[in-house]
Design a binder for this molecule. Structure first.
Ligand code: COI
Length: 368
């Protein structure tokens, strides 16, 4: 296991200021007193692990990540538990996905236990920064960047920096701690990912490619963009940085059904997505991975077969979708308000994450 040297900050944020931040944290704008850094080069492997004061990097302008975007990242959260302890939610899943992303963009793997240990060290060091209201948390952003100062692009960088930063947050789209229904824009002009591309990897280029379409969404009065498949522009893939679920009215078995597009390699395999598919049967819901076309979305909202739609992700938790807009027309989802299945799933998931509900799959790992 890689060792980490602990270098505590000599200038932590004063307690009164920290408490003011924790009372209304917003999303990803303020950061804790420390960060984790760890370096890799071919000769030494992973080395120079540190928990050190949060602060800027000094990097050569030729550093590979600035030019070719060779990087990957994760998004995960530490939650204040009902007991006062702090828990991480399924960190092994993020560790595994981080390595899949790293592999896709030619970067070295980080042992999963080192990834999780780095998170635990940072959360332990900055535990006073974990807010306690339900729906708030300490967002953790592990990332790895290519650090070779060279413009050659035949081979990947020969050195890397792994870093973890932490930011107290509320759910990304919430108004206070209540979910706000989103209006979404169906992008026909742009696509996020094509077969064989990097769509399943959590790498910055996917997000850079999204900004233009999101600007278009905002210009059309929407909150987020929904991506369609690159080949037919017909099948729903995902939304911004989140997965999408469709809630269908009960059929023969009397159970509402939650449906999400299958993992075809062009969308991100979300940890929240997987958790909801796993939890659904426990809550009396059927769950299914199946393709949904834009026409089906529109028609089945009109007939009442689709009763709710929601987006899910670590940052957003579960956000209801209230209305859809597109160049070809607009339509409402249900009555536009957060539906009962959306709210039930959100309550259950947050309950497990905060230790207020039984954790039947042992998803919460005590960090400190
Ligand atoms: C997350 O949900 O954690 C993400 O990484 C999405 C990001 C765009 C905020």
């Amino acid at each position: 296991m890689v060792d980490f040297e602990i270098r505590p900050s000599g200038q932590p944020v004063p307690e009164a200021r920290r408490k003011a931040i924790l009372a209304a944290p917003g999303f990803g704008r303020t950061f804790t007193d420390h960060m984790v850094t760890l370096r890799w080069c071919a000769d030494q492997g992973w080395h120079d692990g540190r928990v050190e004061p949060y602060g800027p990097f000094l990097l050569d302008p030729a550093t590979a990540v600035f030019h070719y975007g060779q990087e990957c990242f994760e998004g995960m959260k530490a939650y204040r538990q009902a007991s006062g302890a702090v828990g991480l939610f399924r960190p092994e899943e993020n560790a595994a996905r981080f390595n899949r992303s790293a592999d896709r963009v030619g970067m070295p793997p980080l042992p999963e236990e080192t990834f999780v240990h780095a998170l635990e060290l940072l959360v332990g060091q900055d535990s006073a920064w974990v807010p306690d209201a339900i729906g708030t948390s300490l967002y953790l952003r592990p990332f790895m960047i290519a650090t070779e100062p060279a413009l050659g692009f035949t081979l990947p960088s020969d050195s890397y920096l792994f870093c973890v930063i932490a930011s107290p947050v509320t759910a990304a789209f919430d108004a206070g701690t209540a979910p706000r229904p989103l209006t979404v824009w169906l992008s026909k002009d742009y696509t996020r990912a094509a077969p064989g591309g990097t769509g399943a990897a959590k790498t910055g280029g996917n997000y850079a490619a999204a900004f233009k379409a999101t600007q278009q969404a905002v210009a059309n009065g929407c909150d987020q963009v929904v991506w369609l498949d690159a080949l037919e522009h017909r099948w729903v893939e995902e939304m911004g940085g989140m997965n999408l679920f469709f809630v269908y009215a009960p059929e023969g078995d009397g159970r509402p059904r939650i449906v999400t597009p299958p993992l075809t390699g062009t969308l991100l395999p979300g940890v929240t997505r997987d958790s909801l598919l796993t939890l659904a049967p426990q809550l009396g819901l059927a769950a299914e991975e199946r393709r949904i076309s834009v026409d089906q979305w529109r028609q089945q909202c009109a007939t009442g077969e689709i009763t709710e739609v929601f987006a899910c992700g670590t940052a957003a938790v579960i956000s209801p979708v209230g209305a859809v807009r597109s160049a070809a027309g607009d339509w409402p989802v249900g009555d536009g308000r957060p539906g009962p299945v959306t709210l039930r799933l959100r309550e259950e998931l947050l309950g497990i994450q905060h230790g207020n509900r039984p954790d039947p799959f042992s998803w919460v790992r005590k960090a400190c």
